[in-house]
Design a protein around this ligand. Sequence first.
Ligand SMILES: *Cc1c(COP(=O)(O)O)cnc(C)c1O
Length: 363
Amino acid sequence: MDVEQKSRFTVNRSSQAVAADQRAILLADPGFGRVFTDHMVTIRYTEGQGWHSHKVGPREPFQMHPACAVLHYAQEIFEGMKAYRLNDGQIAMFRPEENARRFMESAERMAMPALPQDLFLEAVAELVKIDADWIPEGEGSLYLRPFLFASETFLGVRPSNEYIFCVIASPAGAYFKGGSKAVTLWVSEHYSRAARGGTGAAKCGGNYAASLIAQKEAIGHGCDQVVFLDAAENKWVEELGGMNVFFVMDDGSLVTPPLGGTILPGITRASIIDLARAHGHDVREEPYSFTQWRDDAASGRLREAFACGTAAVVTAIGTVKSSGGDFTIGNGDGGIVTEKLRAQLTGIQRGTVTDPAGWVHIV
Ligand SMILES: *Cc1c(COP(=O)(O)O)cnc(C)c1O
């Protein structure tokens, strides 16, 4: 099919695309977020005119006026999704329409124009197709980063009248080399990620900016990731800086903190809830306190805990550290329910396990 005729995007192929042998070297060990493909998609928005100037072109820097609104008031949202190469050579994406929907919801919260779902999906598909040679074989994937930012040159405080939507892509290796290992978490005592009425449920850069000091503190305590408690009572477990959490009890039931404005509604989280229920597990979306977590780990009522999100999919939580002391969950190395759900979800994404709900889309 001739993409260039069918779509509303003008396509301008890069004349400086990375040569195949050089690309092969980069794909051998891409790491995460360091290597970028040859192209990018951009769509502009102007108040009164709407979305315009749909382009697929060479990846290149933006020209920005120093008064560009996003640099001052952080009106910015993003998504994170992956394209995979299936065994039969086809390219697949996992529930991309959910990313498109969440992107609209994030935009609304940040007083930004909502990019129509079909345009979001088309933009992502355009980039995946033109840069398909950048999708790593085997365990790796092409990480896609759609984002939208306020581009008006104006220092007044109000929503911008101009925006740029952009999609870039970055090949990623297997998240954990040599299999997944359990992570150690630090419980943040002094910092909150999100408060009621705030932006916790929107995927915006500002949430990450606010979480970085706590993540730095976690690293300083020898931990991999920070886990945040609620801002109001400093009592209830919410989520990690960029992943949702689940607890697996000794009766086989699962608990995950309920959405409600302060937690990012993860697509992996929603998928795990459905998968676990399909496997006969009782799944409860209910508040779970840090003290309960500690007590349940000690008594053995809590068997496993894991974090989940697009980047690492499902990651076991081994040890939890806080100023009040440390505790370990189970044998500190994950468990069978975590492993079962991880294998099931990655199998569906990779096309090696039946996909009963139609989650996988062929690009
Ligand atoms: C993106 C994100 C997640 C995970 O969402 P997925 O859709 O599963 O990738 C969880 N928490 C935060 C704060 C996030 O930004």
